[in-house]
Design a protein around this ligand. Structure first.
Ligand code: CA
Length: 236
């Protein structure tokens, strides 16, 4: 499989964390993966990597075996215990025993140095696809409703390629309709759902918000009023 052969997949914006103390190698990996549309962050020690994985969870970790502070295998074990992130071990070692040891500690794959960058990219793509498949739809699979695309991790909605400027309540209301096509919501139900039971406003708040999202998202004719009841989203 050649690197770049899967450009149409959902690899763009996938985050890779490289934990590697040899800066030239980390740089090559960063360069190679960024060129393929991945976001890459580098850590040069095991503890730094472990902290980074917690702060900004990556979709996959490329982990060097020989690190200056904590052994890569131990980092691997720590990551595997704490997070569900696929891990590929990078190592100069190549013996079967080492490989088994690495895999037992929670690594998903194993790449021997010196590596071919294209092979690393291809292996990463394979593991990410396998991982996404194993847990069903990946969290960041966008919800596509006609001309609208919802990126829930970003809390954003795009109309074609244009980012909609929505308030948090408008966003929640829009998502509620898009996720429940054809379901009728009463104004009271929407108030409870989006604003919470304690909200002191009245149902006109819902009407105003519905009018705004209709306009902003171009849903005239799709976000319809059910007379005397409420609203529903009817995809076209
Ligand atoms: Ca090293």
């Amino acid at each position: 499989m050649r690197a770049g052969a899967h450009k149409g997949d959902t690899m763009e914006d996938k985050k890779i964390l490289v934990i590697e103390d040899e800066k030239p190698i980390a740089d090559i990996l960063k360069y190679g993966f960024e060129k393929e549309g991945f976001q890459v962050q580098c850590a040069y020690t095991g503890s730094e990597g472990f902290v980074m994985a917690g702060k900004n969870p990556p979709n996959l970790v490329l982990l060097d075996w020989m690190l200056p502070d904590i052994n890569g295998v131990d980092v691997c074990r720590m990551l595997a215990e704490q997070y569900r992130i696929p891990i590929i071990m990078l190592t100069a070692r190549g013996s079967v025993e080492d490989k088994l040891y690495g895999l037992e500690s929670g690594a998903d794959d194993y790449i021997t140095k010196p590596f071919d960058l294209r092979e690393v990219v291809a292996r990463v793509r394979t593991i990410l696809r396998r991982f996404d498949k194993a847990r069903g739809l990946p969290e960041d699979t966008p919800l596509v409703c006609g001309h609208l695309t919802v990126a829930e991790q970003e809390h954003s909605v795009y109309k074609h390629d244009e980012l909609l400027n929505l308030t948090p309540k408008e966003y929640e209301l829009l998502i509620c309709f898009l996720k429940h096509p054809r379901q009728v919501f009463t104004r009271t139900a929407l108030l409870d759902r989006i604003w919470g039971y304690d909200f002191l406003g009245d149902t006109r708040t819902v009407d105003i918000h519905v009018q705004r999202i209709r306009k902003k998202a171009g849903l005239e004719g799709m976000l319809v009023t059910v007379f005397g009841v409420g609203y529903k989203y009817v995809p076209q």
